[in-house]
Design a protein around this ligand. Sequence first.
Ligand code: F6P
Length: 528
Amino acid sequence: MFDDLKKQAARIGERRIETLFQDDAQRASTFSVDALGMLFDYSKTQIDAPLRDDLIAMAQRAGVAERAKAMFSGEKINETEGRAVLHTALRNLDGDAVLVDGADVMPEVLETLDRMETLAKELRGSAIKDVVNIGIGGSDLGPAMATLALAPYHDGPRCHFVSNVDGADIADTLRKCDPETTLFIVASKTFTTIETMTNARTAKAWLAAHGTSADGKFIALSSAVEKAEAFGIPADRVFGFEDWVGGRYSMWGPIGLSLMIAVGPQAFRAFLRGGQAMDRHFLNAAPEENMALMLALVGIWHNQGLGYATRAVLPYDNRLSRLPAYLQQLEMESNGKGVSMDGADLTSHSGPVVWGEPGTNGQHAFYQLIHQGTRVVPCEFMLAAAGHEEDLEHHHHLLVANCLAQSEALMRGRGLDEARSKVADKFKGDELERQARHRVFPGNRPSTTLIYPLLDPETLGKIIALYEHRVFVEGVILNINSYDQWGVELGKELATALGPMVTGEQAVEGKDGSTAQLLDYVHRNAGS
Ligand code: F6P
């Protein structure tokens, strides 16, 4: 399937990225995309003009443009669930008609947005001091990541995020809250997720234990309005959305309510505007100038072309510290699949392992492996030209210098001669040789850098939509369904079956030796 890329890999061989810059004075700008005020620089990869042509041709053959049109126009491209994929409608601020089964979804989208804004405004200056979003996966990671990212714009009540079924999560959060002044948002598309429902019931019990009525203390964000009502949340406190919004793509609509409460309706709209601008760019820009397409093609080259199994997301922006976790769900739940659209086994690897941490923290932790380890990890750096802390500009200068130094170091490396000269005054003979070898950096390690003016709401919207479209393009090229997630089901089923064995209501039967032994250990040691 990726034979052309394999041929390109053989052609390029061990050629060093540095020499590409020596041979072409224009390389940096030729292999960058400058759009929407952001610059995506992929010149520090081995990609050259013939390879880029091949990558673009591959995307065209895969039908990326046609598939994108199908997605935006409400076709049911999530074929295994029979659903449209229309998170883009949630940021379609102009309200142009978007049809699903012949009906325009926009009036309802905009009406829900209005209701969210009314609530977010009402809460400002109200008795509510703390808002606790209870949700998991896509009903948690997006708003939690973005609320932190947009901290400089936070002018609403404090927002907390409870996701884990581990009681430690909700217990530690409730300790910071006053039952009289806390609002709970139960965020669950299905309103059945065990973690979320368990935490929501615990929140209700906490209010009751403090003699506080639950009336007016709960909001639901869900596609299952009747289930929210059965939980005791009246329909007028439910913000609904349709099944064409996938969980990990849902922060643009009601699931983003906690973010809107934190930063206010205006900033939330700016976030949506950023996403919408990226949508238009993705649909209209020529291939070489299309940021999402090129980000995806760099990913395909590294993963499917060169076999690099992971990619590191390294924001030099501390407020993006939850972005790697967010992208793990977005990318790995979307493109971590084993079969193609028609159900046949994939003949290539599916999406890569995505991981990361903000810089400069990562530098003092795992960058050792990135620089000298035997595996190549393509790195995706992100950086704002300016920070919000104007009085701390010197911090930002150091941040910038470190980010740029890392991609330079990864590319250049340090040869044996240079390493030797670094320690020649300390060691001699064989010992000099031995010591020098430990100080060699192979270099020629690829990285990309996405640079933007300032992490403001609109820019965040652009970045998140950029990554959504990257996932889409990679999924189309791999010919997989990026919008289902059957791989999470087996564990859920087995956990449900194990529940009564953990509590002791049911004998441990039919389990493998390891599982039985671990259960036995729990039974013997719980409460000890
Ligand atoms: O188990 C995976 C998953 O379905 C994710 O796709 C989703 O974001 C998360 O669980 C939460 O689902 P819900 O919003 O229905 O509670």
